[in-house]
Write a protein that binds this ligand. Structure first.
Ligand code: FAD
Ligand code: FMN
Length: 765
């Protein structure tokens, strides 16, 4: 094949080498706009796995590259004048310039022709006579731009500013240095990549950037300013720029996240940064570029595969890898953009939060990397939680809300069981809640328990509006208190426009086939075209409903609950006031956020009045409507949480969505935890994270990183009431309360899990 490769970066060169190795008959010419040896940037980091891939693809260039790697193990996080150092991280780095030299020498030795100082035309029409044109022309790819519609390009420019500098100062560890200036925080990501040189990327928020005058400074002045800010890390060594083509403020970049729906168009194929980008803070752009190149060469040369099949396989495999890394990269990018919220953490917690920011490195990964360091982190967590010096998993640390002490941080999330009769919980509920309380969670929530018959979601919902309900719930709270260490929270709600629907395992959210009851909501907005149109509440209706909530609180007290939660999420009655998507009122209860919150806050305040001052209350909110600026945004969620806190909420139960049938939720592991993090650390309130949290490792990471104070699990608890006991057995944690009749089972499980862990460790060693 006759192939034109646009761009002599890591992707283009590796592709050319990989093609020639597989079939020397290919005619491959690289067109690179820069002169030979002229490149911008300093070092790049790799993982061991990327090196293995390089070696397997081409042992000759792989060996040359591996021989030049700088290795380091430690990460140092400098903040507030302290340094937190952890080990076992295993990085390797090489200068970008050196990497390109080695790759271009190797490419030429295999017969690849490289045309330097050769600007390639972006239009495919200019490439007649070539079988394939490879767009390896980087993040700002002109070839991709010329055919943007065909590739389905999605590009997003991120807020922070950064400048890619180098320095002769050699850092012994991968160093994150956070410095406070009068204009805000500025930080550096620094690592050694050669005997005598380190990368030194300086980053800050856009407002800090302008306040420091970087937006109007020459590169020389900006560098001098950075040298002053980071003087204590540089030992008198200079900072250097090699981006000769970028002048003044233009030397400061903003990361552009690129995703393409399709990676090829006619004979044009995207490769490396032209197809996708990953934020520099997770250091994977070059790895992705190299691995794309190897895969593309492999499928193009595999006998029996036609070009369509080859390109389909290339895109399917590589885009999956890219997606995984882009998710991590997004978390990492957002962490640096939101860093202000973590800067009042103690340095150990700040460092932990930084190390786990992308969610690629978990709590237990950190134990494998540096067990002593993690043990000290756990001790710090316990010391702050209890004053005790105890090396135990954070999820077992107690937590206090007013006078209620929770034995640990695990919570059974509220989950409708649709098994009540006329609102009365029965034997099913006794066994269901009893088993989950005995399973060890510190806090147990009831399902949404409705304050009136017409406020039920379905005929199977539990209620708290009749004397029979009080007695039935009392039987359950007695069991929980007599036979477990769990505290028990009553979640109270009113279904509003989402009421009178079938039970969960019938048709979700669909009206009953017969016996529907009339609905009220903030506005006459049906949940969907098939749902009833609710009546917009009058002020008299509001009085009635508020009084129903108060009466339910009083009954909850008589029934023996430890805590009350107000359900103001998921599109039910109170949520229908809060979200502008369901609230179309033109009176004092619609329009601005203050107005939309007026009735929910009135209800909460009245409940708080009726509930003893020594017992806590929480509120469940949807922290986003997943509807962009049209609905509740995470920024607004912070204001909503603050408003409820002012009305006496001790904990914000941070859920999301289910407020609008057209919403576009983004699911995934821990998908709602970022909202709990935002509310906790921007509003400085206690939060509970929930949503696709499944294992103790995740719970420990959330808690230790200060992303939430409690961790709730819903579906995981439906299928495994003993989740917390299992976690205690696996961690060898002995202070967890175990119902005495189950003690033998617990010690057997602990032994079995310990043996399994030892066998796995032996295998790893
Ligand atoms: C600050 C920063 C730090 C980074 N740190 C790391 C890191 O630690 N680890 C890591 O793996 N990655 C890192 N990256 C990302 C990494 O640099 C890229 O992901 C990687 O270089 C992608 O390789 P590529 O070959 O696809 O594109 P590039 O390296 O951008 O190469 C594209 C080439 O195409 C040439 N070109 C462009 N247009 C034309 C044209 N029209 N005609 C001819 N030639 C053209 C360019 O001159 C360039 O040489 C970092 C990036 C930045 C910005
Ligand atoms: C079957 C089922 C019933 C639920 N019922 C309620 C409920 O009554 N009240 C509530 O606030 N959330 C309810 N939820 C939401 C859960 O509390 C939880 O937020 C959600 O399941 C996400 O957590 P998970 O990924 O751990 O399951 C329910 C979820 C499920 C799956």
């Amino acid at each position: 094949m006759k192939i034109a490769c646009i761009g002599g970066g890591p992707a283009g060169l590796t592709f050319a080498i990989s093609m020639k190795l597989r079939d020397p008959a290919h005619q491959i010419e690289i067109f690179e706009r820069n002169a030979a040896g002229e490149t911008f940037g300093w070092g790049v980091v790799f993982s061991d796995q990327t090196v293995d891939n390089l070696m397997a693809n081409d042992p000759v260039s792989g060996r040359l590259i591996a021989d030049e790697f700088a290795h380091w193990d430690d990460i140092e996080v400098h903040v507030h004048g302290e340094c937190v150092q952890s080990s076992g991280h295993g990085f390797i780095g090489i200068g970008r310039k050196r990497l390109l030299e080695l790759l271009s020498d190797r490419a030429r030795s295999l017969g690849v022709v490289i045309h330097y100082e050769s600007e390639a035309a972006p239009d495919l029409a200019a490439w007649e006579g070539w079988d394939l044109v490879i767009a390896a022309d980087g993040a700002n790819s002109r070839l991709r731009g010329a055919h943007a519609d065909s590739f389905g390009v999605d590009s997003e420019r991120r807020a922070n500013r950064f400048i890619w500098l180098g320095t002769p100062k050699t850092f012994a560890a991968f160093t994150f240095a956070f410095e406070q200036t009068e204009a805000g925080w500025v930080w550096a990501h620094a690592y050694r990549f050669a005997e005598d040189c380190s990368t030194f990327i300086v980053e800050c928020a856009p407002a800090t950037w302008s306040r420091l005058g970087f937006d109007r400074m020459s590169v020389e002045d900006a560098i001098a300013q950075c040298e002053r800010i980071f003087a204590r890390y540089l030992d008198g060594q200079p900072l250097l720029s090699n981006a000769a083509h970028l002048h003044g403020p233009a030397a400061w970049l903003q990361f552009r996240r690129i995703i393409c729906e399709r990676w090829h168009h006619e004979k044009l194929i995207l490769l490396g940064d032209a197809a996708h980008t990953a934020h520099f803070s997770i250091g994977s752009g070059t790895k992705l570029a190299l691995e794309d190149a190897i895969k593309l060469a492999e499928v193009l040369n595999r006998p029996g595969l036609d070009r369509i099949e080859a390109l389909a396989e290339y895109q399917a495999e590589r885009s999956l890898e890219v997606l995984k890394l882009q998710n991590s990269a997004r978390n990492s990018t957002e962490w640096f953009e939101a860093v202000d919220r973590y800067l009042d953490f103690e340095p150990w917690q700040f460092a932990y939060s930084l190390l786990t920011r992308s969610q690629r490195i978990s709590h237990e990964n950190l134990r494998v990397r540096d067990a002593d360091w993690l043990e000290q982190i756990e001790r710090n967590f316990w010391e702050r939680a209890t004053g005790e010096d105890k090396p135990a998993p954070p999820l077992f640390a107690p937590f206090r809300l007013r006078e209620m002490r929770l034995a640990n941080r695990i919570v059974v999330s509220p989950m409708a069981t649709y098994s009540a009769k006329d609102g009365t919980p029965g034997d099913f509920h006794l066994v269901h809640y009893g088993a989950r309380a005995q399973g060890g969670a510190g806090l147990l929530f009831t399902e949404m328990t409705c304050v009136s018959a017409e406020g039920r979601i379905s005929p199977g919902c539990t209620g708290m509006y009749a004397p029979a309900h009080v007695a039935a719930w009392k039987r359950i709270t007695n069991f929980v208190h007599d036979h477990s260490a769990a505290r028990f929270c009553l979640q109270l709600g009113h279904s509003g426009g989402k009421g009178s629907t079938q039970i969960g395992w019938e048709v979700m959210d669909a009206p009953l086939s017969s016996g529907n009851w009339p609905l009220v909501a903030a506005s006459e907005m049906p949940w969907s075209a098939t749902n009833q149109v609710p009546r917009a509440m009058t002020r008299d209706d509001m009085d009635v409903v508020r009084n129903q909530f108060v009466a339910a609180v009083q009954m909850g007290l008589a029934a023996g609950f430890d805590m009350i939660e107000l359900h103001a999420a998921h599109g039910y009655l109170l949520s229908s006031f809060i979200t502008p998507l369901l609230n179309k009122r033109e009176d004092d209860y619609g329009g601005s956020l203050d107005n939309r919150l007026r009735f929910p806050l009135e209800v909460f305040a009245a409940m708080r009045e009726a509930w003893p001052a020594d017992r806590p209350m929480s509120v469940r909110i949807s922290a986003t409507d997943w509807a962009g600026e049209e609905g509740v945004t995470p920024d607004e969620a912070v204001l909503i949480a603050e408003a409820f806190a002012r009305a006496g909420a001790d904990l914000i139960d941070v859920s999301a969505g289910q407020t609008w049938a057209e919403a576009k939720p983004v699911y995934g592991r821990l998908f709602q935890t970022p909202f709990a993090d935002k509310i906790r650390n921007e509003a400085k309130l206690a939060t509970m994270a929930v949503g696709n949290i499944t294992d103790p490792d995740q719970a420990n990471a959330i808690l230790t990183a200060g992303r939430a104070d409690l961790v709730a699990l819903g579906r995981a608890h439906l299928i495994d009431p003993m989740w917390t006991l299992r976690a205690a057995a696996a961690a060898g944690y002995r202070e967890q309360f175990v119902p005495p009749p189950y003690l033998n089972g617990m010690s057997q499980l602990a032994r079995t899990l310990q043996r399994e862990a030892e066998a796995a460790a032996a295998l790893r060693a």
